[in-house]
Ligand binder design. Structure first.
Ligand code: GLN
Length: 539
């Protein structure tokens, strides 16, 4: 089948969930046996979101090939079987950088380089890049931002041209918002009409409208929207707020989103998507009666997107263990020796979050000491793992002032140190140790038992590492290095085997956890938390 291109745009306001709608559609199309990929085009000028503060942009997701990416790519992977790469996330910055590089190289042969056609051509080339591999039946392109933003104009124009060139092989889904005005007790369609008009002014007629709303939109109102917006009545779909994003594919299928897309693109509609495994998961998620309480110790606790992949990996692992997840954010800056017991006593398990810099770090040490001494299931991820090592060095090995050279350049005991390959690095963007690396797990270790394998591949995003000069001292005192990179010997996992579950990973296992393939380490952590929680209750 010739590759079909689906564009997803947004109107009225941001944060409507274009990423979830794109992922849900991809999930349904995959469940019909199609090969699908999703790419996100972000209109900002940063080359990638790797240098962005979580306050600006939430979590930074990492692809297997080491691209620091928008968190929507995390949704794409969690909802499907796809593995995204750097080709799945393009920013305005990258488009301009490519064009300027070509200009310096002399590729434009003396022409004046302009937004149209040079920037738009580069956008079009990137839209088609994945499609041209022949690996996909559908390429879904999500355009970040909202229609009408100055920044997104070149993307919208490129999309208009592509729609014209591709005919029936291109389609536009426009996502808008239908607000409910409480005082008037009315849903309002005017913002949707305006935003469709704005798209039409740019020369694009949306084929399908998805209306995000808090309340059910009556059928006659949807018909009215169809009429005003030149969209067929059955192609106006509502996306009512749901208790979990994982219901969205099912709700979209109930309204035939997948069929409408296929019909409009001339793809024969046969049978139904096989959503059995997905429904099994959602059923578990919705019907879990008991709860597992997990604390997340970090410094971005007020931001719901800062630890997105960790939250989702925990939720998946809890659901597969027939538990509702009660996730409690614990602000690392507010933890002290005095209040740590009170703050953590209610937890069945605790995650020590990844991060950068000094802020909140001492609170992580306080938490870790308490968790280690009380034998609470504890999972340190990246900086969290490094903190486990530092806390152990200070309080068990007796190396006062042990630290990471990230926090204290002159520490007498640099148990965490800058990686050799990082020593000559000066640029901040895209220069960490990024992407998937193999990790060999010590046979019989807790981590190897959790995975059920001795060799895994997980994704990284860091500059500092366990300092192997100290390895023997740690191992003698009980902290074992149970995972290492087979090529370089870098320590990737530490654990305390005499504890019920005390594991730190230099890598980020949360990035690879999906609905249909939850990460084994998260599953095992939650299992252990459940056992501990039950023991606590029966005491
Ligand atoms: N700041 C640490 C490092 O660069 C940990 C990074 C992280 O947690 N992602 O090594």
């Amino acid at each position: 089948m010739e590759t079909k291109y689906i564009f997803v745009t947004g109107g009225v306001v941001s944060s409507l969930g274009k990423g979830i709608i794109s992922s849900s559609l991809a999930c349904l199309l995959e469940a019909r046996g199609f090969r699908v990929t999703i790419q996100k085009f972000d209109p900002y000028i940063n080359i990638d979101p790797g240098t962005l503060n979580p306050y600006e942009h939430g979590e930074c997701y990492v692809t297997v090939d080491g691209h620091e990416a928008d968190l929507d790519l995390g949704h794409y992977e969690r909802f499907t079987n796809m593995r995204t790469t750097r080709a799945n996330n393009i920013t305005t910055g990258r488009i301009y950088q490519n064009v300027i590089d070509k200009e310096r190289h002399g590729d434009y042969l003396g022409k004046t380089v302009q937004i149209i056609p040079h920037i738009t051509d580069e956008i079009k080339r990137n839209v088609k890049l994945l499609g041209n591999t022949g690996n996909f039946d559908f390429v879904i392109t999500e355009i970040g931002g909202t229609v009408g933003d100055i920044e997104s104009l070149p993307f919208i124009e490129a999309m208009r041209q592509l729609q014209w060139e591709l005919g029936d092989s291109a389609l536009c889904i426009h996502l808008t918002y239908v607000p409910y005005i409480r005082a008037a007790k009315e849903l309002k369609t005017k913002p949707t009409q305006h935003s469709v008009k704005q798209l039409q002014e740019a020369g694009i007629r949306p084929d399908i409208l998805v209306l995000r709303t808090e309340r059910d939109i009556p059928a006659d109102m949807r018909r009215k929207i169809a009429q005003f917006c030149n969209v067929s009545a059955d192609a106006v779909i509502q996306s009512v707020d749901l208790p979990t994003i994982y219901q969205v594919p099912l709700k979209m299928h109930e309204q035939h989103l997948d069929e409408i897309v296929m019909r409009k693109m001339g793809v024969p509609v046969e049978g139904e998507p096989d959503m059995a495994a997905w429904m099994h998961f959602v059923h578990k998620l919705e019907n879990a009666e008991r709860t597992v309480t997990i604390g997340l110790v970090g410094k971005y606790v007020e931001l719901q997107d800062a630890y997105k992949s960790i939250n989702e990996a925990l939720l998946q692992a809890a659901a597969y263990n027939d538990r509702k997840l009660n996730l409690v954010y614990v602000h690392s800056e507010k933890l002290t020796e005095e209040n740590v017991g009170e703050k953590l006593a209610g937890m069945d398990g605790v995650i020590i979050a990844p991060g950068f810099g000094q802020r909140g770090i001492e609170g992580k040490f306080v938490a870790l000491k308490w968790l280690r001494e009380h034998d609470v299931p504890t999972f340190g991820i990246c900086l969290g793992m490094q903190c486990m090592v530092i806390e152990f060095a200070r309080n068990v090995l007796g190396l006062a002032d042990a630290n990471s050279t990230e926090m204290d350049l002159h520490t007498p005991h640099n148990v965490i140190d800058l990686m050799d390959e990082q020593k000559s690095v000066t640029d901040k963007g895209g220069t960490m140790r990024l992407g998937a690396y193999d990790c060999r797990l010590a046979p019989g270790s807790r981590v190897a038992r959790a995975y059920g394998r001795d060799l895994v591949s997980e994704r990284h995003r860091h500059r500092f590492e366990f300092n192997s000069d100290y390895r023997a001292r740690f191992e003698e005192a009980g902290m074992k290095c149970t995972g290492e990179n087979p090529a370089t010997g870098l320590v990737e996992v530490v654990e305390l085997p005499d504890h019920r579950w005390y594991i730190g990973t230099q890598y980020h296992p949360e990035y690879s956890s999906t609905v249909l393939s939850p990460n084994p380490l998260f599953l095992d952590f939650i299992k252990s938390a459940i056992v501990y929680g039950e023991e606590k209750m029966n005491k």
